[in-house]
Design a protein around this ligand. Structure first.
Ligand SMILES: [Mg+2]
Length: 276
């Protein structure tokens, strides 16, 4: 996952139960922000046909773009690669989020266990996309911010879902697998580019595509950067929806993971108008 620290979701989950209780008893305590963000966001990913359709839309467009790119590549071109993030790009972790909600806990409680169960299903549409990429002779690399000790479970999950073949090169590139592979994925993209032309990126977080100059960009700065790369989206870069967590939430809370739950909620609500 992209969460850089365990605190945002943990705080959110801690907030969930008391607020729900308060709402049920008073009907007004949840007025600021509603009872919980995680329930609605997880419901959308875990149970909605709309999420399914949105992901299929993205991967259908990515497939068309990849086919066009490969058709126009010269015979002498270097090997082509697609780089995909894993969480909420290839694997759907919403069942893990459901556990957090049911158990009133937060990330990273149970995260390693979930990864090592290797039980996540595929994000809709990604299986066909990867199969098509392979048929076109494109190498598929998985660049994930899951930590290195989770590589075996992650690879097993990908293998079980039919999207990872045994290769003579490591195509599952974990955070911290080598010292320079930090949460900033730039060095891993550079690693792939030593041997391949990256022709397409897929992810659910801006960091899957580019690195901001600022270490802690605001959501307004993030949005400006995205708009400035308008020529890449839907052509080279394909963004999957993820309302459950991400850099947008880290920016909303001011990258201050130590704030208490009520303060985090206030910052999220304050952030609602920040981009207008
Ligand atoms: Mg992800």
């Amino acid at each position: 996952m992209h969460r850089r620290t365990p605190f945002p979701a943990a705080s959110l989950a801690a907030l969930t139960v008391p607020l729900l209780t308060a709402c049920a008893s008073t009907g007004s305590e949840g007025a600021v922000g509603g009872p919980t963000d995680l329930v609605l966001a997880t419901l959308f990913v875990n149970a909605s046909a709309e999420y399914d359709a949105a992901c299929r839309t993205v991967y259908a467009a990515a497939t068309s773009s990849l086919e066009a790119k490969m058709a126009s590549r010269g015979a002498g071109a270097r090997p082509a690669a697609v780089v995909l993030d894993v969480d909420e790009t290839v694997l759907d972790n919403s069942p893990y989020e459901v556990r957090l909600i049911h158990e009133g806990t937060g990330y990273p409680t149970g995260w390693d266990e979930w990864c090592n169960e290797a039980a996540a299903e595929l994000v809709p549409g990604v299986g066909d996309f990867i199969a098509r990429a392979r048929a076109l002779g494109v190498e598929v690399f998985f660049v994930t911010n899951r930590k290195a000790h989770l590589e075996a479970g992650t690879a097993e999950n990908l293998r079980r879902r039919g999207v990872l073949e045994e290769r003579d090169v490591d195509v599952v590139l974990m955070r911290g697998e080598v010292p320079e592979w930090t949460s900033d994925k730039t060095t891993r993209r550079e690693h792939v580019e030593r041997t391949h032309d990256i022709v397409l990126l897929g992810g659910d977080n801006v960091g899957d595509f580019l690195a901001f100059e600022a270490e802690e960009p605001s959501n307004a700065e993030r949005a400006r950067e995205i708009a400035a790369r308008g020529d890449r989206w839907g052509v080279d870069w394909f963004m999957l929806p993820n309302p459950m967590y991400g850099g947008w939430d880290e920016a909303a809370i001011g990258y201050d993971y130590g704030a208490d739950a009520a303060e985090l909620r206030r910052r999220r609500v304050d952030g609602l108008d920040a981009m207008r």
